[in-house]
Design a protein around this ligand. Structure first.
Ligand SMILES: O=C(O)CCC(=O)C(=O)O
Length: 264
């Protein structure tokens, strides 16, 4: 996403053992985002209120000059180098996927890639502690991603991702080591709805901790986001990239609500 800097967030009321994330020991709540999903979500009625049960680390990774290295953990000592290498590889994967999609759709590859010039990227490392009352919490509330494409890795092979289709939630069984590709709102608009942004959420395991790494590939600003003309009559408004981003965050990540508001 076009977020810069980094963010330390806690989206649940209490914290379990910090063994899985050593940086949490030395750095409590630290927060320096330009935009970040780090607050508890609220439903319309306080009785139904659910807090997101996740500790997260959010880092801008590309372009390199947007990295707030002072907020990048130094422990373990391999962290920075590994994240650098991993996210560089992921950017190549994302680029290839954008190319395949352009070919599949019959649109100009360079035009599609131009929207994602330089492959701006942010990473969100999610740590979902086990919760005995897993039915009472969500790891992540339902949302779509306000980017082109998200590549999600299940870092410890514990499942919990769910997607919504025709109003029903389905569990995604990620293969060990495989990347889950989530289409984001921007790609849905660019492709005039041919590729659909997936509404998703994360549920929590009662016994096991879960760790995922989401890499968001966002637009290059400034830009204009609108359907490719060759994909038929526009079914979405054309919007300025920055306005889109502001609108996305203002809509408070409520499922597909913001995207639906951009439909013609
Ligand atoms: O951890 C997951 O399964 C989903 C992560 C996600 O959707 C996100 O970080 O935005």
């Amino acid at each position: 996403m076009p977020w810069t800097g980094a963010c330390w967030g806690r989206r649940r009321p209490t914290s379990p053992s910090s063994s899985a994330f050593p940086w949490r020991r030395s750095r409590p709540w630290r927060y320096r985002p330009t935009a970040c999903r780090a607050s508890a979500t609220t439903s319309s009625s306080p009785k139904e209120q659910k807090l997101d049960w996740v500790d997260l680390l959010f880092l801008a990774t590309r372009p390199a000059q947007e990295r707030s290295l002072d907020l990048w953990p130094t422990k373990p000592s391999t962290f920075r180098d590994t994240l650098d290498k991993y996210t560089t590889e992921l950017a190549s994967v994302a680029e290839q996927l954008f190319r395949f999609m352009a070919k599949d759709l019959g649109v100009d590859q360079e035009a599609l890639l131009g929207t994602f010039k330089g492959l701006p990227q942010c990473v969100r490392i999610n740590y979902y502690p086990p919760c005995r009352q897993a039915g009472k919490v969500l790891g992540l509330s339902p949302h779509t991603d306000g980017v082109g494409m998200t590549l999600l890795l299940h870092a410890n092979d514990v499942q919990g991702l769910q997607i919504r289709k025709d109003g029903e939630w389905f569990s995604v069984h990620a293969l060990p080591g495989a990347l889950v590709v989530n289409i984001g709102d921007v790609l849905e608009i660019l492709t005039n709805g041919k590729y659909r942004s997936i509404e998703h959420r994360a549920v929590v395991n009662p016994d096991k901790e879960r760790i995922t790494i989401a890499a968001f590939h966002s637009v290059h600003l400034p830009c204009t986001i609108g359907p490719f003309q060759e994909l038929g009559d526009a079914r979405y408004k054309t919007v300025d990239g920055l306005d889109f981003t502001k609108g996305y965050f203002a809509a408070k990540l409520e499922g597909r609500r913001y995207l639906e508001s951009l439909k013609l």
